[in-house]
Design a protein around this ligand. Structure first.
Ligand code: 5GP
Length: 220
């Protein structure tokens, strides 16, 4: 193969995908950053978890979650179809394995908007494919202000989220990268640079050996 041949672009087709694990305390901007990254990169999709909790108003099956019965969730776990799962409050949540492995094999990437426990489970199941990014708020008062500004939760719920956030941030050291979201555009630039650089790691680019061999032997 001629490496300069426009019809052969192995770097576009022979890459193993990666799993981008994004965690943060609630209100630090992780969801907005994740949504923008998924919108900007066509080979990155958001992982949709399965859950036994009922949909909230406005939620759609297959968009926020796959809403399943207890029996169906049991079956998914027994058949080994869950990459990881956890019980949170009265319900169970889990990451279906199949869409993740299919995406990786096709050279597509999957973003997880997930707490530290879920991130830890996925990382231990697939250590070489996982890249962890932790998003911190610039200050605690800023985080509290953002949660209050959403104006969609009761004070009690906000206080619970803040308390949970204090626990969540103690796990920042388990991640490969940490972003302080003081300014959204700068935080987003950092996130997209991390994502783009991780895609270039040699271990994810199975074509390099053959490509370099062709380069070495090409021409006179
Ligand atoms: P909610 O019911 O508010 O959407 O989510 C409740 C909790 O479930 C959140 O803390 C969220 O991080 C967690 N969660 C959602 N999906 C998953 C998942 O696939 N695996 C695990 N381990 N936790 C999840």
């Amino acid at each position: 193969m001629n490496p300069a041949d426009e019809h052969h672009k192995p770097w576009e087709t022979q890459r193993r995908g990666l799993l981008l694990l994004m965690s943060s305390p609630s209100g630090a901007g992780k969801t907005s950053l994740s949504r923008r990254l998924v919108a900007d990169y066509s080979d990155l999709t958001l992982s949709i978890s399965a859950t036994t909790r009922p949909p909230r108003p406005g939620e759609e099956d297959g968009r926020e979650y796959h809403f399943v019965t207890e029996v169906e969730f049991d079956r998914l776990v027994t058949d080994g179809e869950m990459l990881e799962w956890a019980a949170v409050h009265d319900h169970r949540y889990g990451t279906p394995r199949k869409p993740v492995s299919e995406a990786l094999d096709m050279g597509h990437d999957v973003l997880f908007d997930i707490d530290w426990q879920g991130a830890r489970s996925i990382r231990s199941a697939m250590p070489h494919d996982s890249v962890g990014v932790f998003v911190l708020p610039p200050s605690w008062s800023d985080l509290s202000r953002r949660l209050h500004a959403r104006a969609q939760d009761h004070e009690e719920v906000i206080q619970r989220r803040l308390a949970r956030g204090r626990e969540e941030i103690t796990h920042w050291g388990e991640y490969d990268y940490v972003i302080v979201n003081k300014n959204f555009d700068r935080a987003y630039a950092d996130l997209s640079h991390i994502y783009r650089a991780e895609r270039l790691k040699p271990g994810r680019n199975t074509w390099i050996n053959d490509f370099v061999e062709d380069l070495r032997t090409e021409g006179p």
